[in-house]
Design a protein around this ligand. Structure first.
Ligand SMILES: *Cc1c(COP(=O)(O)O)cnc(C)c1O
Length: 394
């Protein structure tokens, strides 16, 4: 049976393994910044062209990091991957490595705060023109993309309002204009989405989220064609230095082994929690793409195997009610990670999206009462009890 035919869970356990001369079972951590050459000639040859199993310097690549890259690439159905020190390093490199002054980018407006910063503040500083659109409105994409548009950027499911973008349709519009489709796919998760099959050229993950899934490390990864990864991204990353540490790569390899099981359990619990809270008189809205009331429910279910692990709740009493709700929770912790084994709640308007103006937040639907809940691995009934008791305390 060829590795290519392995199903997801098999790939997540065995994909990308490289064993040393000791034939260890668990992946080895190569905590080394460099590699000894047997001769000056070998060093010269390796700098000229390094083979598959030949490494030079940990900023360029490392065997443990390579195992992580190969495993996630096999999962995603991507030709190649490059790991980075954080999710933001991955987003930044995916864009910056391919753009130059005078280029045009179209981006969905509903973005993670730091992604918005890169598109709004960093790229424009270097002469890249960025047009923002409502990602769910295909007419806006059509109107904004033009010949000469180099890339479109989007979060396939937005943070924190969980809008789902029709990736296949946006990719068709972008490709007609010759633009590359770069997708930040964190909220869709590597388990539930088939971004590359739907038309994404470049997929980016913050591995800090579901890939680690246990709140231990920061990491990121960019996936794409061999040509893009090796000719565009790698030269930029290996000289600018946002390399993933081998220890992080090892933790993430262990994270990948259990990711499918974890993310399925979290999504099942998220649906149960969303259903239990929908209709509660104290909530203006329960936002979860797995609920039929979600405006893009049908699209979400077509595009994703399950609707993800994050729910947003809009409390009727605004910020005061939201804060009282957060403070009354006993199991769910207040923090800003997501995809973690521990259920986590955050108030976007005063934390992750604090930097935005009131107008920008209004445009994105980030109300003062909005709370983002990342559902973890606890028993769903315990979570429902905790959330309902906290609503009672409001
Ligand atoms: C967390 C996150 C990032 C940034 O990842 P870090 O690992 O924290 O740098 C980027 N995009 C999305 C959608 C995220 O949720």
């Amino acid at each position: 049976m060829s590795k290519k035919d392995w199903k997801r869970r098999t790939t997540l356990v065995h994909g990308g393994i490289r064993r040393s001369q000791y034939n260890e079972v668990s992946e080895a951590i190569f905590l080394t910044q460099g590699f000894v050459y047997e001769s000056a000639e070998q060093a010269a040859a390796r700098f000229e062209k390094a083979g598959e199993d030949e490494f030079i310097y940990a900023r360029y690549g490392n065997p443990t990091v390579r195992m992580f890259e190969e495993r996630i690439a096999a999962l995603e159905g991507a030709e190649d991957a490059f790991a980075t020190a954080s999710g933001m390093a991955a987003v930044n490199a995916a864009l910056t490595s391919m753009l130059r002054a005078g280029d045009h980018v179209v981006s969905a407006r509903a973005l993670f705060g730091s992604c918005l910063y890169i598109l709004e503040e960093v790229l424009t500083r270097y002469g890249v023109e960025v047009t923002f659109v409502d990602g769910t409105d295909l007419d806006q994409w059509r109107a904004a993309v033009r010949p000469g548009t180099k890339a479109v950027f989007l979060e396939s499911m937005s943070n924190p309002t969980l809008e789902v973008i029709d990736l296949e349709a946006v990719a068709r519009i972008a490709h007609d204009a010759g633009a590359l489709v770069i997708v930040d796919n964190v909220f869709s998760t590597p388990v539930f989405s088939r971004a590359i099959a739907l038309g994404a050229d470049v997929v980016v993950y913050s591995a800090t989220k579901h890939i680690d899934g246990q709140g231990r490390v920061l990491g990121g990864v960019v996936l794409g064609t061999k040509d893009y990864i090796r000719k565009t991204l790698e030269p930029y990353l290996k000289h600018t230095g946002a390399a993933m540490s081998p220890f992080t790569a090892w933790l993430l390899l262990k994270g990948l082994e259990t990711m499918d099981l974890r993310v399925h359990a979290q999504a099942d619990a998220a649906l149960k929690v969303a259903q239990a809270l929908e209709g509660d008189a104290r909530l203006a809205r329960v936002i979860y793409p797995g609920l039929e009331s979600h405006p893009q429910h049908a699209l979400a279910m077509r595009q994703l195997e399950k609707a993800g692990t994050v729910i947003s709740l809009d409390l009727k009493g605004g910020q005061e009610a939201a804060f009282r709700f957060l403070n009354a929770l006993e199991i769910v912790v207040i923090s800003n990670n997501l995809g973690d084994a521990k259920s986590i709640v955050t108030h976007p308007a005063t934390t992750t999206h604090q930097r935005l103006s009131d107008d920008q937040r209004d445009a994105l639907g980030i109300t003062r009462g909005l709370v983002r809940l990342s559902v973890g691995l606890e028993d769903a009934d315990d979570l429902i009890d905790d959330l309902k008791a906290a609503l009672d305390a409001v």
